[in-house]
Design a protein around this ligand. Structure first.
Ligand SMILES: [Mg+2]
Length: 181
């Protein structure tokens, strides 16, 4: 069965931890003001809100679309990923996970706050989760609670997605495709 491919933005697509003067090769710089940014600065005139600096690699769009997964945004950008990130990468309108009140709500048990919503979205389907905040705690939890294969694939936020990441995701998708539907 074709896996769901949950895609984080900051880390895998935007290597935000690279040094400011060391933008990785292949990336372009974008200054973005998604509407949710203004909510972080209540009362501040919009013109004075500093835009987010986002690095994106236009090669990532075609490479993601080549993967045999059903791409879904799994990011704090939520619906804004469709308006701000997808056009730069040449991605179509993809569905997104709505984290609701779980958004950025750190849990006392150490599980990443995204995990319950990702599991609910995936249902019985296999999935790959591409993120720079995946932990062994999350892996153990998903192994114990998800009925289908799952790959929690960590991406270095200093580097963003690279060829070996795409290869690992493709190998997992092939494995899912080869197993019984
Ligand atoms: Mg991230």
């Amino acid at each position: 069965m074709k896996p769901v491919g949950f895609l984080d933005v900051d880390g895998p697509l935007n290597p935000w931890r690279a040094k400011p003067e060391k933008r990785p090769a292949g990336y372009t710089t974008h200054r973005m003001k998604p509407p949710s940014l203004y909510a972080r600065y209540p009362g501040k005139p919009r013109a004075y809100v500093k835009p987010l600096r986002v690095w994106l690699n236009p090669d990532h769009g075609p490479a993601l679309l080549d993967l045999d997964v059903d791409l879904v945004w799994g990011t704090t950008w939520m619906a804004e990923a469709r308006d701000f990130i997808a056009p730069v990468l040449g991605l179509p309108d993809l569905p997104y996970v709505d984290f609701g009140p779980d958004l950025l709500n750190d849990r006392a048990d150490g599980l990443h706050w995204k995990v319950p919503a990702l599991l609910a979205y995936a249902g019985e389907r296999p999935f790959v989760w591409v993120d720079d905040e995946v932990s062994d705690r999350d892996r153990a939890y998903v192994a114990a609670h998800h009925p289908a294969p799952a790959l929690l694939h960590w991406v270095d936020p200093r580097l963003g997605l690279r060829d070996d990441d795409f290869a690992a995701i493709a190998a997992f998708a092939a494995h899912c495709g080869a197993s019984a539907a």
